[in-house]
Write a protein that binds this ligand. Sequence first.
Ligand code: EPU
Length: 414
Amino acid sequence: MDYIIDGGKRLGGEISVYGAKNCALALLGATVLTNDTVVLQNCPQIEDVNNMLRLLKAMGKKVQRKSDTVQIFGGLCTTSAPWQYATLIRGSALILGSTLARYHSIDLPLPGGCAIGARPMDIHLLGLEAMGVTVEETPDSLHCFGIPKGTNYNLRFASVGATENLLCASVLAKGESVFTNCATEPEVVALEQMLVAMGADIQGIGTTTLVINGVDRLHGAVFNVIPDRIVAATYLAATVATCGDVTITNCRPAHLTAFIDLLRPHFAIIEYEDAIRLTVEKQPSSYGNVTTAPYPLFPTDMQSLLMSLAAFSNGGQTTICEKLFENRLQHNAQELAKMGAHIDVKDDFAKVYGRGLHGATVQAHDLRGGAGLVVAALNAEGRSRVRDVEHVNRGYSNLAQNLVSIGAKITVID
Ligand code: EPU
């Protein structure tokens, strides 16, 4: 599937954000911790979430979806995650902790997801081993078994997925677990809150040190998936690309502080509790020096949006240092060059020299990179074709239609 985009159409009006992919995936992974019904509201209708639901179903969970509400109940009938789904999404890794906690064993093909870097799992596995779990690795799968018990473990890096897995592994464990250097991304905090709503005993919610006292059982809960901060940032970037005036609703500006702070010196921004209005008159000359890092600093998932903004900025130089996923800079730098961008990449460092872009045929290599290319095409003079937007659909619901609803000119070609 491709998008044909005519650049330069000014965006205006109101656009609403839906639930966050990475929050939904973590919450879905945690449903394995109980047989009771867990109801997730605001659950986005996107491919990665659909594949996670297929994975849970194939393992025995009952799944009912009505629009954005998903009900999950029942137990697993197998602790072997099926290849055809597990290898499609990174989120499949998020059943590791919960399945071990509840069933004391799991066979997991190494998870799929975007080709954005090596994405090792050592932090997850060392943490589980510290809890007494035995880990056997083959080149393409994991076999883990044992009853997790309380432990003290310092994550060598504040990994989102490892924090989520260790949380899930510990909530039913015997004894107290203390995890330090935990991730504090809003999606992790949402998981902590849902686990507490299910009966877990977690202290330090939202901080880098989590103290968990295992309980005997967890029960069902009704929980709202938080709004997708990366989708909100994408709409902001699209507004910049077209010198638009857009109000983004159903979002949490507080989760987007690093991105909003990047835009604030250049544009008129009004923040409400659950909305942002951005009015753009002209492109700034540059965005300065930006380094990606764990929350609350500048997120790697918004780096490709920034690269596009910098590429069509007005003559200045922006530097971007990508500290998390090694392939993310190179992919988009190459594609943006086809639109006339001037970007020099060396290792994890990109120098982006702003200039006018023109339409071109470009290739989406991964989800966030693809969204970055859509943003660049909205700005570019003339017509662009963004190929293989299936990558984008993994994390965005109706991106083209939503942008069209506020003035973009995009045709979807199957
Ligand atoms: N890392 C290790 N060892 C580990 C785990 C992570 O070295 O055991 C490294 C990674 O290679 C990376 C860094 O630590 O350099 C951060 O990785 P993290 O574990 O935090 O990422 P993740 O859990 O695999 C989630 C999101 C990503 C998002 C990152 C960072 C999900 C399903 N995925 O991945 O989202 O980029 O956190 O915020 O929650 C996306 O949505 O497009 C996406 C890639």
